[in-house]
Design a protein. Structure first.
Length: 265
């Protein structure tokens, strides 16, 4: 049965993070794949995205068959290297600090990689990139959870009153905890079942990723005492990724109308 949909890309310009599944269809078919296999086409008058028939979405994309497991393995490399360094005593004189920094760095990098997917997809026209986003986001959460566990266990030894005092007194800990708390519902609802259950609210909920990005960068900026270069670079990348989501086309059109109106006045 053909159930192709046609989505006008112009509506995408109003949407800060257009998702290829604007209608998480509560398809009764358990094989329903949220990661649609989309074809992009251009016509002379309109740019359009044409969703293939649902039956076509189950056809595994050849490139993705390799890219997904490769990315999965690549995202595990920092963890494997860290375990290796800990086991061989190569983490330096302060292993807890090294683990905290490593896991924090990778949580932030993967969070930014997750945020880079949509702009990259728009820039390259490679719709399949979206199918890597969930994995990147879940890995960001994985490293953030490791980071937090290191803090709770190896740094604070589960001393709950001290942890509570830290959260209240140190702003960088406060925003770090806020970022992690906000990541939790996104990780939980990343499954196909939740996407189906939440419908359009899923997309609204997942816009929290922008706030998480801001909090994570703030967390880093706040904890650094002297050299702001590295957190500054992350802040600049985040600013770019957020700016890429602004509806520039709509603004340009509006500005053109304003100028045309003032010229005729
Ligand atoms: C429960 C939440 C969190 C706690 C308690 C926490 C705690 C910490 C601590 C104690 C440090 C080391 C500070 C220092 O060296 O003086 C740190 C560093 C860092 N954290 Fe977090 N953090 C949290 C959440 C996050 C999240 C969600 C991210 C990113 C998504 C993140 C990214 C970083 C980064 C990038 C660093 C700096 C690493 C470096 O210096 O190379 N943190 N965090």
């Amino acid at each position: 049965m053909s159930r192709g949909r046609v989505v006008d890309l112009d509506t995408e310009s109003d949407d800060p993070d257009f998702d290829p599944d604007p209608d998480p269809d509560p398809d009764p078919d358990p094989d329903f794949d949220f990661d649609f296999d989309w074809n992009t086409r251009k016509s002379a008058s309109q740019r359009m995205i044409i969703a293939p028939a649902i039956s076509g979405t189950r056809r595994p994309d050849t490139a993705l068959r390799w890219v997904k497991p490769l990315l999965f393995a690549a995202c595990l490399v920092p963890f494997a290297l860290l375990v290796w360094r800990v086991l061989t005593g190569a983490v330096g004189p302060n292993p807890v600090e090294a683990i905290t920094h490593d896991t924090g760095d990778w949580a932030l990098r993967l969070l930014l990689a997750t945020l880079a997917v949509t702009p990259l997809r728009r820039l390259t026209g490679q719709a399949w990139l979206v199918r890597l986003r969930r994995m990147l986001g879940l890995y960001a959460f994985f490293y953030a959870a490791l980071h937090f566990t290191t803090y709770l266990w190896l740094d604070q030894f589960f001393d709950w009153p001290a942890i509570a005092a830290d959260i209240v007194k140190r702003p960088y800990i406060t925003v770090g905890v806020a970022a992690l708390v906000l990541m939790l519902p996104l990780a939980v609802t990343s499954t196909k079942g939740w996407i189906r259950r939440l419908g359009p609210r899923w997309k609204q909920l997942h816009r929290l990723v922008y706030a998480i990005g801001v909090l994570a960068v703030l967390h880093y900026l706040w904890l650094v005492k002297a050299d702001l270069l590295e957190p500054g670079i992350y802040a600049a990348i985040l600013a770019l990724l957020l700016a890429a989501r602004l509806p520039w086309r709509a603004w340009r059109a509006w500005w053109g109308r304003v100028r045309a109106a003032s010229d005729t006045a």
